[in-house]
Every structure is written in C-alpha cells, then in structure tokens.
Design a protein around this ligand. Structure first.
Ligand SMILES: NC(=O)c1ccc[n+]([C@@H]2O[C@H](COP(=O)([O-])OP(=O)(O)OC[C@H]3O[C@@H](n4cnc5c(N)ncnc54)[C@H](OP(=O)(O)O)[C@@H]3O)[C@@H](O)[C@H]2O)c1
Length: 565
C-alpha cells in the first residue's frame, strides 16, 4: 500500500524520485481549500447476425426504429451505446483510465462488464489493487453516494480484475480467461503506457511498440469487437512545427523524412521500421552481458534514435511507433486513436480538481510555490497545451459511441488538445501560479510563509544553471549542516536534469488542430453536450488554474505533505 501510494508521487516524467529532494524537510500541510448517429442500418444488421441475435424482420424493424429515433433526436446516443456491452480496459489503475471507468459506471450503468487488465503477480494482488486503487478511491465518492449501501456489490458486479501485461502474448492473461474475454468483449480501451519522457529505450519499446503489437494480436481474436480505442499523445507529432492535423502515422514514415522530402522531394532517408528497432535492441541486449554497460548504451541509443527520426525523446518516439504498428496490423478492426496533449485535473466531473500523481506541469508549479524553482528554462510565449481529464474521458466516450455505431473499418485520430481553440501561454500558467501562491503561500519547515517572486525565463542552459545555483545557494548557505548542502547540490542537479528533459516541451513550436473533437461536439444533442462536456473553448484558464487545478494537486496529490498558510 505504502509503495503504491508513493508511486503516485513519482509520476514526474523524469526518472528522478523527487520526494526526497523536495518534501523531506517540510512539516505538516493543512489544506484550507477546498452523431447525428450516422450509423447505417447495414452495420447494425451485420452486428445482429454476428452476435447470433434473432435477425427476423421484427428485430430488424426494432433496430431501424431505434436508429430513426436517434436520428430524430440528433444525438450520438452515448448512453444507449454502452448498454449490455463488455469492455476490456488496459492500464486500469492509471490516472486517465480510472476517471473513464468512474464515468462509465456513473452515466451508463447498464454496461454489462468491464474487465480490468492489471499488472500483478497473482489474482489476489490484482483483486487487492482493484479494491485499494479503484473501489476505495476518493474518485468514486459520487458513485458511492448514488448507490449507498449497494455500492460495493454494484461495482464488484461490473468490474472484473484480470492479471496481465500488455507486452506479453495474450496480454499476459491466463489462457482460459483470455479466451473468455476474447469471446465476450465488444470494446478494448488501451490506456497502458509508461509516461516517463526519458524512459530507457528497451523499456519504452516494450511498453509502447511490443505492447501495441500484442494488443493487435489479441484484438484479432475478439470476434465481437466493435472498436479498439488506443491512447497516444499529441506530442507523437514530434519535431513537427506549426498547426498539426489529426493525421495517422504510417509505418516507414518519420518526421525527419517528412522535413527532408518537403524541402527536396527526391531526398532519400532510411525508413523507420518498428520491428527493426525491436530486433536491433534485442540483439544489443544479448550481446552486452554487463547490465550497467547495457543501461548506459541503451539510454544514449534511445535519445539518438528518437532524434535521428525527428522525435524529442523515447516516450513520444515509441508512442508514434505504437500508432504505426496498430495501423499496419488493423485489417478490418475499427480503430480510434486518441491523442491528448497534457492531461490535467478534472474540470467538473466527478468533481473539480481530481488528479492522480504529480504529473507533467505540476512538479514545476509545486517547486515554484515552495521557492525551489526560481527560474525556468522556457519560452514564455510557448503554448502550454492542457486538457482536463474529464474532457479527455468525455471525448473518448462520445468517439466510442460514434465510431462503435458506424463500425467502419477505419482508423480515426482525435487530438484532444486546447491550443487551437483556447490557447494558453506558458507565461500565463506561471503568472496564475504566482497569483495563487501569493494568496495561499506554502509554509516552510521554519514555519515561515514562502514568498514567491515573478518567474524569470531563460533561453540559454548555461545562464539558467548559473542562476538557479546562485538562487538556491542563497537559500541554503546559512545552513552548515552538510546534509543540507548535499540536498542543495542535488536540487540544483535535479532542476538541471528536469529542465533538460522538459526542454522540447518548454520551447515547443507546434499546436494541435482538434477538428474531429469539434465535429463530435456538433454531433451531440444538447443533453449530451451537458453530460459529456468537451467544450475546451469555454475554459477560463485563470479560474481553472487558480480555483481548481492547483488546489486539486494540493488536496489529492500532496495530501498534507507540504504546509501552506
Ligand atoms: N497523463 C498525460 O498527461 C497524458 C498525455 C497524453 C497522453 N497520455 C496517454 O494516456 C494514456 C494514459 O495515461 P495516464 O496518465 O493515465 O498514465 P498512468 O497514470 O501512468 O497510467 C498508466 C497505466 O498503464 C499501466 N501499465 C504500464 N505498463 C503496463 C504494462 N506493461 N502492462 C499493463 N499495464 C501497464 C500502469 O499500470 P501500473 O499501475 O501497474 O503501473 C497504469 O495503470 C497513456 O497511453 C498515455 O501515453 C497521457
């Protein structure tokens, strides 16, 4: 339990555990806050026959009446779509998947079963993880209120934990269970990933490329599968600049090749092949017997390969290759690839501010509030693309109903991103953080309020390193304790490494068109737009950051580990 709890604090997207550096000296924390359905009849007739359902004329008439109803209502039919469906969710203990599971259970309770693929050494551990990380999670408090005493029996009748691992054959499931699941499920939602930006190349390939391969191998066994949803990232667009459209990745393509051939159409550049990358790394692993040596070589190799082909890091590179694998293997399976940008705390549902783990932008915000992040290596005019988790979930559910009803063997990409419809500059994010911490300062270990200064921006790593060393030294020089001196040095090193890992995102030159999300919104009825809100344009970023996001991080992630006045 303790270990799992601590893991949530490590989702920092760098490999350095931060709690030791920044939380240890602090004392208490007292929180003072608070389609048109375009489904054609043919697809549904096929569906009835596939399922062995009575295909008599009365059944066909009933179906066709239902479609007429849906068309007349001018809606996607989100709630109806999930009735009696069986789902498999992979990565079920993650931030995004849990919010998705909660929303499905709360708004589409006629769902039949949701199999949750959980990494665990055995069934008991998977069961325990279901209980402690999902059923007992504060995230599910509204569902608990709705069901009262029958909450536990309701949720256990719907959620079935299954031991598995996405990058193993049959997704690591026991063969009898995997056959049963393959027979029953109508939808697969793949939310598994390792979101560490500078992840070791072999591990990133396993999670995102081998994982995508095994996912597709399993999906081909699922005879009743209507749709496969896979989460990628908007940053799979790598080093592309300017406005990025929702274009699928095709095996062999790379960003470097795109750039070269745009400037000189006859230019030649090696094709990117995911299988070759897996093979290459596996051979390397076998040839280097010394584990430390292998770790060092593979780390450098991952950075090199990502940059060679036009991506910033192993995370975005392997996520893009995962998309290529899915596209190359999909045959007739309908696929939706959802590419969120940076997922932040819930805007509204199940309640504002829910977040799991200190992620992407949050370490910087919290370090800043603590006075440990006096300057930032970033372009203040760079767009910070954020999207609240409930809007990612609502887009997913609406896209599932739309494409699940359509059943056409296509691959559709959705950018779930705000920069095109409601841009936010990194300087705005930090100014709002300044406003927040000026009103609600943290209290340091001496019981003093931490006074935040307006953020200083640097576009040169050397100047930045010198500045943070000087500023942090000023804070620690009086302390003779050698432990504190060591802590100071580690903080400086941490911030330098942190800034390097985040450099591509702090100077990012792209933004993301979200036309498919806009179309989804047009397809929704007024009622659906209310229950499954995806209108990113209405978010007032200042209100959200000051009133929802930072208080949410303090309440649900820090949980009293840092004090504030
Ligand atoms: N968070 C963001 O800002 C963001 C932005 C854009 C895209 N995305 C994408 O959205 C998806 C969900 O992200 P998230 O933030 O929810 O991530 P997360 O909180 O880190 O959750 C990842 C989930 O994947 C599971 N997982 C990892 N490796 C696995 C494996 N080999 N087999 C089975 N399960 C495995 C983890 O299980 P354990 O609990 O056992 O570790 C966890 O349940 C990912 O595809 C991610 O790339 C996220």
């Amino acid at each position: 339990m303790t270990m799992l709890h601590l893991q949530n604090l490590f989702i920092l997207n760098t490999r350095v555990p931060i709690n030791k550096l920044f939380f240890e000296n602090n004392t208490h924390f007292s929180s003072n806050f608070s389609y048109k359905l375009r489904s054609n009849k043919t697809s549904h007739l096929t569906l009835g026959i596939d399922h062995g359902i009575d295909s008599s004329s009365s059944f066909i008439k009933a179906l066709s009446d239902h479609h007429e109803d849906v068309l007349a209502k001018n809606e996607i039919g989100i709630v109806d779509f999930f009735e009696a469906k069986n789902l498999l969710v992979i990565g079920a203990t993650g931030f995004l998947a849990k919010v998705l599971i909660e929303k499905i259970l709360r708004t589409t309770p006629k769902i039949n079963k949701i199999y949750l693929l959980i990494r665990a050494k055995d069934k008991e551990v998977a069961f325990d993880r279901l209980t402690s990380e999902i059923i007992e999670s504060k995230l599910f408090k509204c569902l608990k209120e709705i069901h009262g005493e029958s909450y536990e029996s309701f949720i256990r009748s719907k959620l079935i934990p299954v031991v598995g691992n996405i990058h193993e054959p049959n997704l690591g499931m026991d063969s009898i269970i995997s056959q049963q699941i393959a027979k029953e499920i109508n939808l697969i939602i793949d939310s598994a990933a390792n979101t560490t930006f500078d992840l070791r190349y072999d591990l990133a390939l396993d999670a995102h490329v081998n994982g995508a391969y095994q996912l597709m191998m399993f999906a081909k066994k699922c005879n009743n599968l209507k749709l496969l949803i896979h989460y990628s990232t908007a940053y799979a667009n790598g080093e592309r600049e300017g406005l990025q459209y929702e274009k699928p990745f095709i095996m062999g393509e790379s960003i470097t090749k795109e750039k070269l051939t745009t400037h000189s159409p006859s230019a030649k550049f090696p094709l990117l092949n995911a299988a070759n990358e897996l093979d290459f790394v596996s051979k390397l692993k076998n040839s280097i017997k010394n584990n430390d040596e292998f770790k060092k070589i593979i780390k450098e190799l991952g950075d090199e390969r990502a940059k060679l082909y036009g991506w910033h890091d192993t995370y975005s590179f392997t996520k893009a290759m995962g998309e290529m694998v899915i596209d190359s293997m999909r045959e007739n399976i309908p696929i939706v690839i959802i590419r969120p940008s940076t997922i932040t705390s819930s805007y509204e549902q199940p309640f504002p501010g829910w977040i799991q783990g200190l992620r992407v932008i949050d370490p910087a915000i919290i370090f800043y509030g603590k006075g440990d992040f006096p300057g930032v290596y970033a372009n203040p005019y760079c767009l910070m693309d954020m999207v609240p988790v409930d809007m990612v979930v609502n887009t997913t559910l609406a896209a599932i109903a739309k494409h699940g009803n359509l059943q056409s063997p296509e691959l559709n990409v959705y950018h779930v991103a705000s920069s095109y419809v409601n841009p936010l500059l990194s300087s705005q994010l930090l100014n709002y953080s300044y406003e927040f911490f000026s009103s609600f300062p943290f209290v340091n270990s001496k019981g003093e309020q931490v006074k935040v200064q307006k953020m200083k921006y640097f576009d040169n790593m050397l100047d930045y390193s010198n500045y943070i060393s000087k500023e942090l030294f000023n804070q620690h020089h009086e302390v003779e304790d050698s432990k504190m001196q060591k802590l100071f040095k580690r903080k400086v090193e941490f911030l330098k490494n942190f800034s390097k890992v985040y450099e591509p995102y702090a100077f990012y030159k792209g933004w993301f068109h979200n036309g498919n999300m806009q179309k989804l919104m047009e397809d929704m009825s007024e009622e659906e737009r209310k229950s499954f809100d995806i209108d990113l344009s209405k978010i007032n970023w200042r209100d959200y950051i000051i009133g929802i996001h930072i208080p949410g991080v303090k309440e649900h992630v820090l949980k009293g580990r840092i004090s504030s006045s």
